[in-house]
Design a protein around this ligand. Structure first.
Ligand code: NAG
Ligand code: NAG
Ligand code: NAG
Ligand code: NAG
Ligand code: NAG
Ligand code: NAG
Length: 448
């Protein structure tokens, strides 16, 4: 483990200057900022609410993720960043992140006893086996329910992340919920395969009320039904996040059991990323991000052999607490180029230049296998796989004690090169050789 120790030291020493000699993005602080955002996400962003009603009163639930609104949120705060000193789009916490978290913890019983008519009281049905016990600890352990989880096959193309937990996921990256007719992991995998953003899913039984509790006489505690949930996520899932163990609805207690999680194997590069306007299809970087700053190499030296300043290509990064979707990173990159181009810098000699975003990477940053965000890193020039060397690191909070460590990792790393380049005033470090070569044949810079 000696090499990882040295690595963690190197990261700890990384400076915050944008012109630092080694990039080595400090995932520790990125993750800490991301976690504070995640803690404020509303329940509806983490998983389905009131699924029993969804299952019987609506067609299969529609996606909880909306690309246009994700793009609009991600690009709303972009400002001019034409100086290399200004890191593009810092990993800021959104202004609305202060709103109170609405986690689905056990709710208070509703003590009100408003009169209700039985005639109009909505009835619900479930497809799972009904277990009559009203003792929740017995219901959760009932072998009819738990055997379904322990017997379930792992679908082809997936690995099991967790098995038979008494809670469903509450996790960033929630996409949608489907109602299953049986405890069918293969069927849920089909749904996941048909949703390009899906990276993992949760199948579970949920004890739901067979009627609207508010109007269920005499005691607002109707007989239970069993809903079979299939919930899709835009990140890999982990059982640590299977924390939704139910809640009260009036006098009825919702509960969950037999919760199984599965993750798609390997880097996924769905077709939707091949036609992002303004960008070539991506190059897969696997479990590594780019670690390079200055063109031409050596990439961590800001001056060439003659002492001349080289082009600082890095434009900063963003951490987005939403499903993994590089199209959002692309919109930031394009918007940043447009914003910079509209407000060029005026140089000492009167010429004007701006910094174009011509390349970005999109990957998942995970801390101890828990996703903390969609990371987008932006650059003025494309970097190829040779420079995809940052695979994360171990951090020892009690260093030099090694009693505990946090492990930061990366997956689904994709690299995108712009297919159209800013020309006239685009700043290539005021290096005309580079600019001429670049603009003469932009395709030559496309990664392959
Ligand atoms: C920007 O960087 C240049 C060169 O590295 C430095 O001389 C200048 O003071 C910096 N400007 C600011 C505002 O930090
Ligand atoms: C449940 O019943 C109450 C009172 O009758 C009503 O206000 C409420 O909208 C109903 N909820 C659903 C989900 O049908
Ligand atoms: C979360 O993932 C890690 C790594 O795969 C695993 O060791 C851990 O057991 C998982 N947690 C749960 C509760 O499944
Ligand atoms: C990446 O680019 C560098 C510098 O242009 C080059 O030396 C290297 O061969 C390239 N690597 C790959 C895998 O294309
Ligand atoms: C990449 O990361 C994923 C998710 O953590 C992991 O399952 C996979 O084994 C990793 N691949 C490699 C080649 O390390
Ligand atoms: C200018 O760009 C060319 C082509 O990439 C490169 O060879 C040269 O070293 C660059 N000059 C400086 C001062 O960075």
């Amino acid at each position: 483990m000696r090499s990882t120790l040295l690595l963690s030291l190197a990261f700890g020493l990384a400076t915050s200057s944008p012109l630092e000699k080694r990039q080595k993005i400090e995932f520790k602080s990125v993750a800490a900022a991301a976690e504070s955002v995640i803690a404020t996400l509303p329940a509806a962003a983490l998983g389905p609410t009131n699924v029993g009603v969804v299952a019987t009163t609506q067609p299969p639930a529609t996606s909880a993720y909306n690309l246009p609104s994700a793009v609009s949120k991600a690009t709303s705060s972009i400002t001019v960043a034409n100086s290399p000193n200004v890191s593009l789009a810092p990993t800021t916490i959104p202004g609305n992140a202060k709103s109170a978290a609405a986690k689905r913890d056990i709710e208070e019983r509703d003590a009100s006893s408003a009169a209700a008519t039985t005639t109009s009281c909505a009835q619900y049905t479930g497809k799972g086996p009904v277990v009559a016990s009203t003792v929740i600890s017995d219901w959760v352990k009932d072998p009819i329910l738990t055997a379904a989880a322990t017997d379930a096959p792992t679908p082809t193309g997936y690995v099991q992340a967790f098995s038979n937990l008494p809670g469903s996921l509450q996790m960033m990256g929630y996409l949608t919920v489907k109602s299953l007719d049986s405890y069918d992991t293969a069927k849920c995998a089909d749904y996941c395969n048909n949703e390009p953003l899906c990276m993992g899913f949760d199948v579970y039984y949920e004890r739901d009320p067979g009627a609207n509790t508010t109007c269920s006489l005499p005691d607002k505690n109707p007989p239970s039904i069993t809903f079979i949930g299939c919930t899709l996520y835009g990140f890999h899932v982990n059982g640590t996040l299977a924390t939704n163990t139910g809640q009260w609805r009036d006098n009825f207690q919702v509960a969950i059991t037999a919760s199984n999680g599965y993750n798609k194997i390997g880097v996924k590069h769905p077709d939707i990323y091949n036609n992002i306007p303004g960008f070539y299809p991506p190059v897969e970087l696997g479990n590594a991000s780019i670690d390079a700053l200055f063109w031409p190499p050596a990439v961590f030296q800001d001056k060439d052999a003659l002492g001349r300043s080289k082009l600082y290509t890095y434009m900063g990064m963003r951490s987005l607490q939403q499903p993994y979707d590089p199209r959002v990173c692309a919109s930031i990159c394009s918007q940043q180029t447009a914003t910079n181009a509209a407000h060029p810098d005026t140089n000492a000699d009167g010429t004007q230049t701006y910094r174009p975003c011509n390349f970005f990477t999109a990957y998942v940053l995970a801390k101890n296998d828990i996703p903390v965000g969609l990371q987008c890193a932006f650059y003025m020039l494309p970097w190829n796989t040779t420079y995809a060397t940052n695979t994360g690191y171990y951090d020892y909070p009690h260093w030099p004690n090694q009693d505990v460590s946090n492990h930061y990792t990366i997956y689904n790393s994709l690299a995108f090169t712009a297919s159209t380049f800013g020309t006239d005033k685009a700043d290539f470090g005021r290096n005309d050789t580079l600019k001429t070569a670049y603009l003469a044949d932009p395709n030559a810079w496309q990664l392959s």
